[in-house]
Unconditional design. Structure first.
Length: 315
């Protein structure tokens, strides 16, 4: 197991270098002078020279890359042009919302997706199976922003169960009760992806339930719930985890739309603000953070695979 983990970590090193190189070249590959684009037409020559010097764009390219490389690993992601503060601190302030939103959306995907898929597989070709598949098809057909507006209209404006927008930190007054600000965004973000997880869970579990060892387990008189959950779901878990993991990447990518609809001060909304405001140091920092997050997610998925099926460690 240790050798497998070491191999996976070593395999991530080239990807880390590629991510850092692409984020570094972002400023150098855009058409025109990046400082002119950031400051706009009203910028003076002194402003352009000052920002160019502050960003180190007046130094040789190799020296810039070397300093950028060491700065990233020391936690220095540069200074935001728009907010006039370190990018690392800016991202840290916004990260709480996005991480909590992502975690709650993944819970929605697990509850609606896996549970719906297991029930549909256990009652295959019944009216319940067809109803659940129809619900999954309807969920996957609704855009995230439209579903968010519908949830806001019904649960916030009519029933007044949840706030319409905004966010209060769970570390402030109210504590974990402030998670109610993220309930509707999490449902809007996770419900669509849960349909794909439900369909994968159903198809994978149905295939496993046809195996001979499942027939033998039933013949021994083992309860159907135990057969489906203990013997069936565990052996059908790898494709389900794959889709679940891809859903995590999709949720992180879709956070920008959801946070904009519900006015959440998260990293996803920061991406939109940085791109629209041509704040390239912030865009660079966000690329690094998201790149490392995706690498970490894939690493955890590989470890999970090896725990479910030890043969993967020797593949």
């Amino acid at each position: 197991m240790i050798s497998f983990v070491v191999r996976r970590i070593l395999a991530m090193i080239p990807t880390v270098i590629i991510v850092m190189t692409v984020s570094f070249m972002l400023i150098h590959l855009i058409p025109g002078d990046p400082v002119d684009l950031m400051l706009g037409e009203d910028a003076t020559a002194d402003d352009i020279a000052r920002i160019t010097h502050e960003m180190g764009l007046d130094r040789p390219l190799l020296i810039q890359f070397r300093e950028y490389f060491f700065n990233v690993f020391s936690g220095n992601l540069g200074t935001s042009i728009r907010y006039r503060m370190p990018v690392s601190i800016l991202i840290q302030q916004r990260l709480e919302v996005t991480l909590l939103l992502t975690a709650m959306a993944m819970i929605v995907i697990a509850v609606f997706g896996v549970v719906t898929g297991v029930v549909a597989a256990a009652r295959a070709n019944s009216w319940l199976d067809q109803t659940l598949l129809l619900f999954a098809l309807g969920s996957i057909s609704i855009p995230v922003f439209w579903l968010g507006l519908l949830l806001m209209l019904f649960f916030s404006l009519r029933l007044r169960w949840f706030p319409t927008s905004g966010y209060r930190s769970v570390f402030g007054p109210g504590g974990f009760l402030n998670l109610r600000y993220l309930v509707l965004p999490a449902v809007a973000l996770g419900l669509r992806r849960s349909a794909l997880v439900a369909r994968m869970t159903r198809s994978s579990l149905l295939e496993v339930l046809r195996e001979d060892y499942i027939v033998t387990a039933r013949a021994k008189g083992i309860r159907e719930v135990r057969v489906v959950l203990l013997h069936g779901l565990r052996n059908a878990a790898i494709p389900i985890i794959t889709v679940f993991a891809l859903s995590l990447s999709t949720v992180l990518a879709g956070a920008a739309i959801t946070e904009s609809v519900f006015a959440l001060p998260g990293v996803g909304r920061l991406v939109v603000e940085a791109v629209s405001g041509r704040d390239y140091p912030t865009v660079q920092g966000l690329m690094i953070v998201f790149g490392f997050l995706y690498l970490g997610i894939n690493f955890l998925i590989d470890i999970t695979y090896s725990l479910l099926d030890p043969r993967i460690q020797y593949g």
